[in-house]
Ligand binder design. Structure first.
Ligand code: AKG
Ligand code: FE2
Length: 294
């Protein structure tokens, strides 16, 4: 299959490991204003760590950029793993709703392990099925350099087949919080490190968890989901037509194709998480207005 951006090796890596890292998708200088603004929005002083009250915070987005224009390489890669631009929902944009890990568990020398809490599958806003379109892809956009042992998200590639089996066994659907226990038995973990401008494209079934950050350097990422227009189709006539995301699921289940029907209702949730982001946004706008003397 011909890809816009991915090399065959990168496509193979996505199929085998459930993720691929694309380097240099944008220049940090282009988004420095967003990083600077984040401190002002929070009322923190960049140069005074004692003002970094939250150990880790998930901000709401205040500004947005269209991925296709801002980071064409990432956009091409997204389309490659999702099976073509025509299968991607809408025109995805990235916002400055940073997930900043200032100093989470800074004194905790843990290494990634299945015993640690916090492992989850993304998508708190819908009921999950094997073919769910809402979280077609999990992405990690790296907005500032993340060195090893500095709060980079931990990924658990071995969780993908377990999550696939669990979803397969539950055609009635599963609630977003139901997946964490699938981490049991996973042993190999990947730390999402990188340079500003790197982007991880990650299979939607990948369990992952926030990591400790003892480095003293705030870790800036976002996790925007990319949706499919239609539910995944595991029964395409021509095997060449399966997206890489679908292929990972078929491989995980050990089948070449699958005639799969859900038995429950698809549902979307308006979450407390979202309500809280809306409240934070109002608070941050008011803080910026006060700073500007409005
Ligand atoms: O902060 C992190 O490293 C992980 C964030 C995450 O997975 C999430 O917010 O869903
Ligand atoms: Fe997550």
């Amino acid at each position: 299959m011909a890809y816009e951006v991915l090399t065959d090796a990168q496509a193979a890596h996505f199929v085998a490991q459930g993720y691929v890292k694309l380097e240099g998708c944008f220049e940090k200088a282009e988004i420095q204003d967003w990083l600077d603004l984040a401190y002002a929005r929070l009322g923190y002083d960049r140069d005074d760590p004692s003002t970094w009250e939250a150990d880790r915070i998930h901000m709401p987005s205040m500004n947005r950029r269209a991925v296709a224009e801002f980071a064409p390489k990432a956009w091409g890669g997204i389309c490659d793993v999702m099976g073509g631009i025509e299968r991607v929902q809408g025109e995805p944009s990235w916002g400055d709703g940073f997930i900043i890990n200032f100093h989470k568990d800074a004194d905790d020398p843990w290494l990634p392990s299945a015993k640690r809490g916090g492992w989850h599958k993304d998508g708190n806003f819908f009921r999950h099925f094997l073919d769910s379109p809402e979280q077609g892809l999990l992405t990690v956009v790296v907005w500032d350099d993340v060195l090893p042992n500095s709060g980079g998200t931990y990924l658990a590639p071995e969780s993908i087949p377990k999550v696939a089996r669990y979803l397969y066994d539950h055609p009635e659907g599963l609630e977003p919080g139901a997946f964490g226990k699938q981490i049991e038995g996973c042993e190999g973990f990947v730390e999402a490190t990188g340079k500003a401008g790197d982007v991880y494209l990650i299979h939607p079934y990948m369990l992952h968890a926030a990591a400790p950050n003892p480095s003293g350097r705030p870790r800036f990422i976002t996790n925007p989901p990319v949706a499919f227009k239609e539910p995944m189709n595991f029964n395409r006539e021509d095997p060449e037509d399966f997206s890489l995301v679908e292929k990972v699921v078929l491989n995980a289940l050990g089948v070449e194709r699958l005639d799969y029907q859900i038995t429950g209702e698809r549902e979307q949730y308006y979450t407390e998480f979202r309500r809280e982001r809306e409240r934070m946004l109002e608070e941050q706008k008011a803080r910026l207005a006060a700073l500007a003397g409005v």
